[in-house]
Design a protein around this ligand. Structure first.
Ligand code: AMP
Length: 233
């Protein structure tokens, strides 16, 4: 079947990728953002960057992240508001890993209203917990370019090295088994409620995150193309 819409000039929409840790949000958000030429805003990546640079925010955030807990809402909200105010977000952006609590979602709504973005489009990735564990314990990330591999399901050609640039593949500190359990519990306790919050507003679309990455990408592409074709008023 021909693909009717191959947009390249932005989505003109705030898009949220919602789902538990390991659902594939990061991989899919990178692809979708590239496809539409808009920024991929991962709050986890932004916070890890602050930690690596040793900023005041990074020093505060580290203790929460290391234990698999959420960084306080006000810190994350300020970081996100600053980021989406930058010029490169003018044609839309993909939020990955944000919002994660009801107060974050409510404050994001207020920010989006104030900035005349209107209501976001929410793509929800559903994956069962056994699969999440396999993905998180197997996940390795390139230290240089950030490409994501899985030692079980999508290993690199040479163990420990990125196929693209030969960069070292590292395991995130919070992808160790004892921290993963806490992160999944935090998702259930604090983030899952957002599915109903957005579904009730009629702006959430479900994606079967258990499908192969290429199939998930195709489905996400359809959802986003349809959002471009039917802009919010
Ligand atoms: P992620 O890369 O999305 O799995 O995020 C890694 C860690 O960063 C999380 O376990 C939290 O400690 C922190 N974090 C990322 N996004 C948020 C958020 N929206 N609210 C609070 N903490 C966050």
């Amino acid at each position: 079947m021909p693909n009717p819409v191959r947009p390249t000039a932005g989505l003109h929409r705030a898009v949220i990728f919602l789902g538990p840790p390991g659902a594939g949000k990061g991989t899919q958000a990178k692809l979708a953002a590239k496809e539409h030429g808009i920024p991929h805003l991962s709050t986890g990546d932004m916070l890890r960057d602050h930690v690596a640079r040793g900023t005041a925010l990074g020093k505060l955030a580290k203790q929460y992240m290391d234990g698999g807990n959420l960084v306080p809402d006000d810190l994350v909200l300020q970081m996100v508001e600053e980021r989406i105010s930058q010029a490169d977000c003018a044609n839309g952006f993909v939020l990955d890993g944000f919002p994660r609590t009801l107060p974050q979602a409510e404050k994001l709504d207020a920010i989006l209203q104030r900035k005349a973005w209107g209501r976001p489009l929410v793509v929800h990735f559903a994956v069962d917990s056994a699969q999440l564990l396999r993905r998180l314990t197997g996940r390795r990330t390139c230290k240089v370019g950030g490409e994501i591999y899985n030692i079980y399901d999508s290993p690199p050609k040479v163990a420990g090295r990125c196929d693209n640039d030969g960069g070292e593949l590292i395991q995130r500190a919070d992808d160790r088994e004892e921290v993963i359990a806490e992160r999944l519990a935090v998702y259930e306790k604090q983030t899952r409620v957002l599915i109903e919050y957005y579904r009730a507003q009629g702006i959430l679309v479900d994606v079967n995150g258990m499908a192969k990455p290429a199939e998930v990408a195709e489905r996400v592409q359809q959802i986003l193309a349809s959002a471009v074709a039917n802009p919010v008023k």
